[in-house]
Design a protein around this ligand. Sequence first.
Ligand SMILES: *[C@@H]1O[C@H](CO)[C@@H](O)[C@H](O)[C@H]1NC(C)=O
Ligand SMILES: *[C@@H]1O[C@H](CO)[C@@H](O)[C@H](O)[C@H]1NC(C)=O
Ligand SMILES: *[C@@H]1O[C@H](CO)[C@@H](O)[C@H](O)[C@H]1NC(C)=O
Length: 407
Amino acid sequence: MEFLKLKHLRFFVSKSLLFVIVMALIIILPESWGFGRRKQQDVVVEYRRPRMKYLEVPQIVWGLNNQKIGFARACLTARLLNRTLLMPSLSATLFYKEIDQLQPISFDKVFQFDKFNSLCKGFVQLGRYSDLQNHSDILVVQKGSGRRWTVERDLDQLKELLRRNEEFETIQIVGKNPFLWHDHFPVKDYAKVFECLVLVDEISKEADKVVGKIRELSKMNGGYVAVHMRIEKDWMIHCKKREERSNVSDICSSKDEITSRVANIPGLKTPTVVYLAVADALVDDDDGLILNGWSEGLVAVEKKKLGVVQIFNMHPYLIQAAIDYQVCSKADVFVGNSYSTFSSLLVLERSARMSAVTGCGIGMDVRWPSFAYNLKAMGGSGARPWITSLSGSSLQEISYGSNNISC
Ligand SMILES: *[C@@H]1O[C@H](CO)[C@@H](O)[C@H](O)[C@H]1NC(C)=O
Ligand SMILES: *[C@@H]1O[C@H](CO)[C@@H](O)[C@H](O)[C@H]1NC(C)=O
Ligand SMILES: *[C@@H]1O[C@H](CO)[C@@H](O)[C@H](O)[C@H]1NC(C)=O
């Protein structure tokens, strides 16, 4: 009996022991696996989300080109501070005197957000407000304006920010159009940002429709010349004043001068369609006068003649300008005014697109030839070949009223 009891007890003990061990395994193992998993997850989360730093800027304003330049400067400031730029608002309208009237339009309604980030990866990135972890961890920085806010003071402020950069998740720049004025960045950095700006499909399809209409007319080879004509009254008043102030005579070009300089571009293949990019709202041309006076072989068209007015009228100012810009950008030959920012940015982008710039005086020999009609070619009567030098140390050197066109 005793023996049996003992045996029984042993059996019971070993059973219990086994039970305890199994239970322990059941309880402990999954927890340790789970614990291990969670730990790994923590590491992944931390790895994916280093404490990102952001730069926030006010709504970007004025014409298409000023908005592109303002946006690029905001990007380059973010790059300087090693921060992600929170996607800013652009302005759909041009009424800039009354800030209240500036209809904001989200950047991603005009340009592709993801495309921007993939093309500009490693250079500068855009973020969304929903990425912010702490909406109150903000340093508000007032940028100055006016004469006393010099380019040096602006740069000193940026350097000071760089010293305090680790403190805040977001640096919020406030002030009156803080990115319109001072320039601390080389031309090639602007070119890089512009390269990453790709229109959203909805808008680029509109531009494609316009380009399609032009190419239809140009049955011979499908190519076309785009001329950015600045002849509206506002511009004429502005450019005459500038000519007086800077004692030069090559800023303003009359329609006759433009038609003659385009016609005399050496090597221009004719007949060809010539698309006239004009700001219709500003040009009083009900009689279609700008279509007259072009020499034989140059078939001038504008929006009305192409039957695309409707396409433009469906959109606010900014989109209209973006469509016109795209049409000029895709032209086989572009002719503009070297004092116009619209023209300058176009030639900058066309020049940046050429893989190797072989020099000047070559005119038609480059892949994306551009010309300035306000300047006469050396030793000729045509418009002067125009290539943007990407080695400039600031945008000022190639834009904002410069006749420095490298050629
Ligand atoms: C820039 O920021 C990233 C992430 O925010 C960080 O990993 C990197 O070390 C920073 N680089 C410099 C030079 O501060
Ligand atoms: C957010 O930032 C503020 C200001 O730096 C700080 O006081 C607060 O503790 C932060 N909140 C969290 C949840 O980190
Ligand atoms: C303007 O330029 C012309 C020649 O380019 C020169 O003769 C004239 O003195 C200049 N006038 C002024 C006020 O600088």
